[in-house]
Design a protein. Structure first.
Length: 151
């Protein structure tokens, strides 16, 4: 299914056991404001799943939230990860998209000029382009942190 909101899916096949991956993730993750430099992520890690994001010093709206699942295999483990925007960011983008589209439809209908509808579609396209671009920029450091931690 094609989504207009950015997301990225990744599956890592690791030679380490699921317990070792859990231990690495839990030591690098904190649910509080960390004082040490060893903490890479904020969020929570459970035995078979996690929900974390890269630790940042200032707020970042386009930072991916990583929801993952750790599955044990005979020779290691699988790490199934979904990178998405935070739920509040997704909600705001969706609401603004619907609002701009409705405003364009109403104004175009009232003025009997389709130009307003085209302007609203152009504004939505520009907003989504900016969201996708910023998400891709923030995705790279998050994936790099995972690579450094697990490999």
């Amino acid at each position: 299914m094609i989504s207009f909101l950015p997301s990225y899916h990744e599956t890592l096949v690791l030679p380490s056991s699921a317990d070792r991956v859990y231990q690495l993730l839990s030591t690098a993750t904190s649910n509080q404001s960390p004082a040490g430099e060893a903490i890479l992520f904020t969020g929570w890690v459970k035995a078979d799943r996690f929900r974390i994001s890269l630790r940042m010093r200032r707020p970042n709206t386009y930072l991916p939230l990583v929801t993952g699942l750790i599955e044990s295999t005979s020779s290691g483990c699988l790490l199934l990860m979904d990178y998405q925007l935070y739920p509040t960011t997704r909600l705001l983008i969706t609401l603004w998209t619907i609002g701009i589209m409705l405003a364009g439809i109403i104004i175009a209908f009232q003025s009997k000029n389709i130009l307003f509808m085209l302007v609203s579609v152009s504004i939505i396209a520009a907003i989504l382009f900016i969201v996708w671009s910023n998400f891709k920029l923030q995705l790279a450091p998050t994936r790099k942190a995972f690579q450094q931690l697990l490999f």
